[in-house]
Design a binder for this molecule. Sequence first.
Ligand code: ZN
Length: 135
Amino acid sequence: MIKIEHIGIAVADLAQATPLYEALLGTPCYKTELVASEHVRTAFFKMGDQKIELLEASKPEGAIAKFVAKKGEGVHHIAFAVEDINQEVQRLKKLGFQVINETPKAGADNKMVVFLHPKSCGGVLVELCQERKDI
Ligand code: ZN
């Protein structure tokens, strides 16, 4: 793993949370993106080399809607940048980590992503992400 790429925070209302985080971080949101396949709308903030990703459910059946309903707003996942996502998945599987989606899928912000189950990561949902090179 290279570094923490971003921290994902689930929010109930992106329109309300965006100005709050702009005030908190002292930096404007630089990008919003709908990830239709994940039923989520995202807003990104840069902090040096790292980012904060706000996540709002775009449909009630999505994972973010379920998370907010069950746990309320708050930290949802930590994303680590990796050089080679497939190699990293194989390495982690050998060590006993439980992979949610073994085949990388398209995530927000031009990334290919794989999630590791919180049960195998001390209660933290972990996202591995690699910059997409095919587009
Ligand atoms: Zn993320």
